[in-house]
Design a protein. Structure first.
Length: 178
């Protein structure tokens, strides 16, 4: 019994270490998480409702998708490539009994079609955001809101996004697809 728990602990530690180097060459996201209070504030700020479908790119432990469903009644899709973070989010969604309202996908979000999103949440560094702009232009409908936590979308004349609102105090930027 103790030996099995010891092996499980070692496996978990190895997966945690893997999460710091996976995926290789990733400029996508910082290793911090969005707190529930921040998620609620920004989702309230954009008037998220049950008619919305929120996609979180790099959903980590699932905090934002959980808030979208539990606090606002929206549908949510979390996309996470990191195996440890994905597993944690699956467990959290299962414990909250929200498997029917939250879809979790373990995949590179560049390979997921975002066309059904009405709101996209991301906590990514500017280089990662810039790589997503062509996908946003191709897949998202006009008027779709993009929430970027902490980082502004890099300016480009070819950007499909226009700054809609910003809250410098709390560190989020809201863009609309044009």
């Amino acid at each position: 019994m103790w030996f099995s728990l010891f092996l499980l602990a070692i496996l978990f530690c190895l997966l945690a270490i893997l999460s710091f180097i996976w995926p290789p060459d990733s400029p996508w996201s910082p290793r911090w998480r969005t707190k529930r209070k921040v998620a609620r504030e920004v989702l309230k700020f954009v008037n998220l409702s049950k008619k919305d479908v929120l996609y979180e790119l790099g959903s980590g432990d699932g905090e934002v998708v959980l808030s979208a469903v539990q606090d606002f009644g929206a549908k949510a899709v979390g996309i996470e490539i990191d195996p440890v973070r994905y597993l944690v989010s699956v467990i959290r969604v299962w414990l909250a009994r929200l498997e029917n309202e939250i879809k979790l996908i373990r995949k590179d979000f560049k390979k997921v079609n975002l066309s059904s999103a009405t709101v996209v949440y991301l906590y990514l560094v500017p280089a990662g955001i810039a790589r997503l702009l062509p996908q946003f232009k191709k897949e998202l409908k006009k008027g779709t809101l993009i929430i970027s936590y902490r980082y502004e979308v890099p300016h480009s004349d070819k950007s499909p996004l226009k700054l809609f609102k910003k809250d410098m105090k709390n560190g989020y930027f809201i863009y609309k697809v044009i």
